[in-house]
Design a protein around this ligand. Structure first.
Ligand code: NAG
Ligand code: NAG
Length: 282
């Protein structure tokens, strides 16, 4: 051991930090204040005041559905769905819709970074005025409406079609887009613009009716990632076993989420143990 490290003044510096670590260690996980944490809203650029079923930003995991994770990059909100990263352009929580656009078509049609736009149909569905086009690259033979790609692109040629494809191509890609742009599949710049405008999907993996019940009982909606069931977090660290919180006056029907009585002596014993070993070891 390096004796310099253990000079008395180093002890003094380390002590508060170590106590802090100990405190964190003995804080029971279940006492996490979901009620207050999940009251935080997600805010990023133009996307503001977003709550359940989304999580991310100041909203920890249990505040939302695993597949509705929002990220804030600069002031642009992003979401990952099945390995594809999208810009989130709008969220309508009443209609349960997301307007999203792939962020790999900002420089052109020729170098997509992500795989097919894919959804689990039990989780998302296109809003009626949106559908899918297929981008095809380096096919044999190319149709007359092909576009050529600039030098350092991932592909040499491409074209856009809808419906079934009969071409043999090196690569193909499904992407969501406004249906009215289907008329312009031979116009690459119009298609690029439509891709940037994105498309709308309805998210339907959560029952917002249940969340309404929870909110009405002054609870905060969340999601249990283990049981894959919605949660209702109530004031005072209760996680309701039903879908609503008990009225403040009546005895709670939920389970107490932590065990403070058992934890506090534990904590002080640990501190004592720590202080003793700390002072007499060196
Ligand atoms: C926010 O909205 C404005 C107006 O709709 C738009 O011009 C701007 O690009 C948006 N910013 C972001 C980061 O999406
Ligand atoms: C897109 O999906 C099709 C099958 O539907 C597959 O053949 C193709 O390789 C996928 N493209 C990419 C880029 O993942």
């Amino acid at each position: 051991m390096n004796s310099k490290l253990y000079q008395p003044h180093h002890h003094l510096l380390l002590l508060p930090f170590s106590l802090f670590l100990l405190f964190i260690k003995f804080l029971p996980c279940s006492s996490f204040d979901w009620y207050n944490n999940c009251r935080n809203r997600f805010n990023c650029g133009n996307i503001t005041n977003i709550d359940y079923p989304f999580w991310g930003g100041g909203r920890p995991e249990g505040c939302g559905h695993p597949d509705l994770h929002l990220l804030c990059e600069g002031s642009q909100t992003k979401i990952h769905i099945k390995d594809v990263k999208y810009n989130v352009l709008a969220i309508d929580q009443d209609a349960q819709t997301l307007q999203i656009s792939r962020d790999d078509f900002w420089d052109g049609l020729c170098s997509p970074k992500f795989p097919n736009t894919t959804f689990d149909p039990n989780q998302f569905e296109y809003s009626p005025i949106f559908g899918e086009i297929i981008l095809l690259y380096d096919c044999a033979p190319d149709p007359p409406w092909k576009f050529s790609c600039p030098g350092r692109s991932a592909h040499k040629f491409g074209f856009i079609t809808i419906g079934v494809t009969t071409w043999t191509c090196k690569s193909n890609l499904k992407v969501g887009i406004r249906r009215s742009s289907f008329d312009h599949i031979m116009d690459p710049s119009a298609m690029l613009e439509a891709l940037r405008e994105g498309f709308e999907v309805k998210y339907k993996m959560v029952d917002m009716g249940l969340c309404g019940e929870c909110t009405k009982s002054n609870g905060v909606c969340g999601y249990n990632w283990d049981t894959k069931q919605p949660n209702c977090y109530c004031a005072g660290h209760y996680v309701s076993t039903g879908k609503t919180c008990p009225p403040p006056s009546s005895p709670p029907t939920g389970q107490k989420a932590d065990d403070e009585i058992g934890t506090i002596p534990n904590f002080f014993l640990s501190v004592l143990y720590f202080v003793f070993t700390f002072n007499f070891n060196f």
